[in-house]
Design a protein around this ligand. Sequence first.
Ligand code: FAD
Length: 395
Amino acid sequence: MSAKPRVLIVGAGIGGLTAGLALIRRGFDVEIFDQASALSELGAGIQIAANGSRVLRELGLGDELKRVGTEANIVDLRLWNSGERWKMNDHSDTAEKYGSPHYTMHRADLQEFLRKAVLAQKQTAIHLDARCAGFTQSAKGVRLTFEKGDPVEGDVLIGADGIHSVIRQSLFGPDTAEFTGFIAWRGLCPADKLAPELMRHGGWIAPASHIMHYPTRHGALLNVIAVVERSDWTNESWYDRGTHEEFMSDFPGWHDDARAMIAAVEIPFKTALMVRWPLARWSVGNTTLLGDACHSTLPFLAQGASMSIEDGYILARCLDAFDDIETALKHYETARIERTTKIVLAAVDQKDRLHGDSLKNSDTAKQHVDAQWSVQRLQELYAWIYGYNALTVEI
Ligand SMILES: Cc1cc2nc3c(=O)[nH]c(=O)nc-3n(C[C@H](O)[C@H](O)[C@H](O)COP(=O)(O)OP(=O)(O)OC[C@H]3O[C@@H](n4cnc5c(N)ncnc54)[C@H](O)[C@@H]3O)c2cc1C
């Protein structure tokens, strides 16, 4: 039996699997529970920036990142109506500058190689069809209960159960999400439905909406995320479907290239974008949170997955470094809250750079782009995000 604490993780998403892998590699006994009956999922792309890929490479997943990921390079920005194009970002020196590349990929591919890496370390670590109903904790440890099946006991509990986290609500009360007034459409376009020149990494800006897109599966699919200011849909879910007609009607007057992307999306999903203002603490006793469960973010900086990867790794470092669990969780929180809070608030602030009346026409849009979206400006703005090193940061 392991002399180290037995760790129970609720949620086998990106954050839960990363934490599980990092902990097992350090000799912890880990059990991961997910409500899903299989970890395959509806289509979605994801970006893993240098701060996230650095951790995954340290966990031995560098080859997998190369296998499923597309290394980002030039990212361009276009104006919604004229289609005018500017260079927004340049990732060609990201790997050199930050010590690790910026990747785009299919979310299911990332989750699948993390799942396999966990199972390669411990074949029985992941339990599916295990929807957590609640938990109790005492001086002796934690006890997790499920909607079906027997309770499970352990020494530490990690709530990695995403935006609607049951563990967060048990610790800190009902959800306090606020609707932003934005909805996000998302979906994947197969390459054979789009002109090859549209299968690239880029974005579009407009007065009250924007689109971001990037390749996944080495250009076989284009991931499209389209955000619009609209207040009649307030359901926050990664699984709700809309129709192409409704998606298209949210982007009237847009350039043909943008509308071609909307038309090519296989299944249009829509979700309300909500803000949860940062929590002052994440842990109580031997229970803590990570990822979207404690710092869900607007997608405007593409940092949701990378932050949850950093959390998982630093939590494993802390549990390894401090024998007393509460002390370890305190160090984890202290190391993480300030950074994740800053990113969550910076993502909210992105809205004023993405939308605005100056984007109504070409002349004023050019001034806005020169001031806000030059490569140099972006590199200055994002350096602290990409440059963070979860492997060495003080804990
Ligand atoms: C299907 C899906 C699609 C997504 N698409 C996008 C996207 O297009 N763009 C983007 O920026 N972000 C997207 N995200 C969010 C992004 O993946 C996360 O921000 C990021 O990966 C942080 O991960 P996490 O591990 O904290 O949470 P998640 O990746 O959300 O994982 C949480 C896990 O907990 C499980 N879970 C929840 N409640 C329970 C419970 N009671 N008992 C047991 N298990 C539970 C869920 O099944 C899930 O596997 C998506 C998430 C999901 C689940």
